[in-house]
Design a protein around this ligand. Structure first.
Ligand SMILES: [Zn+2]
Ligand SMILES: [Zn+2]
Length: 140
């Protein structure tokens, strides 16, 4: 008998107490005699499974984050649109106000003109008419 691993002559390598198994890392058997193979495979599989779940979880988080990011952007966009609309609404109201002021001004002018024409009927000579015009001119 001769052990190829530890060089002792009372056992062969299959029964060597000093050899370390490459599969399960335990002393006392070479890897081709390992009974823990299935255990190891199972552990490997569990590890892969765990990694897969971790990856899925990260993927889901990433998607969730993207979704939140998108919602946030959507909300900002809506907020901006709302503000833009309000701004346009205010501009429109401002314009209407200016239009109204202009129309009021025109209406006043028209009334004044009618008043002047009415008063003119009582004037008999050109001199009085000129004086009357000068007087009215300052009021328009
Ligand atoms: Zn040995
Ligand atoms: Zn082993």
């Amino acid at each position: 008998m001769y052990c190829k691993y530890c060089k002792k002559k009372n056992h062969n390598i299959d029964d060597c107490p000093d050899i370390i198994c490459r599969i399960c890392k335990l002393f006392g058997h070479p890897h081709w005699k390992c009974n823990n193979k299935q255990e190891i495979n199972k552990l490997e599989t569990n590890k892969l499974e765990a990694n897969k779940l971790e990856t899925n979880k990260l993927e889901t988080n990433k998607l969730e984050t993207n979704k939140l990011e998108t919602n946030k952007l959507e909300a900002n966009k809506l907020e901006t649109n709302k503000l833009e609309t309000n701004k346009l609404e205010i501009n429109k109201l401002e314009t209407n106000k200016l239009d109204n002021n202009f129309h009021t001004h025109l209406k006043k002018k028209e009334l004044k003109r009618n008043e002047i024409i009415y008063n003119c009927n009582n004037i008999e000579n050109l001199h009085d008419f000129k004086m009357f015009l000068d007087m009215q001119w300052g009021e328009i």
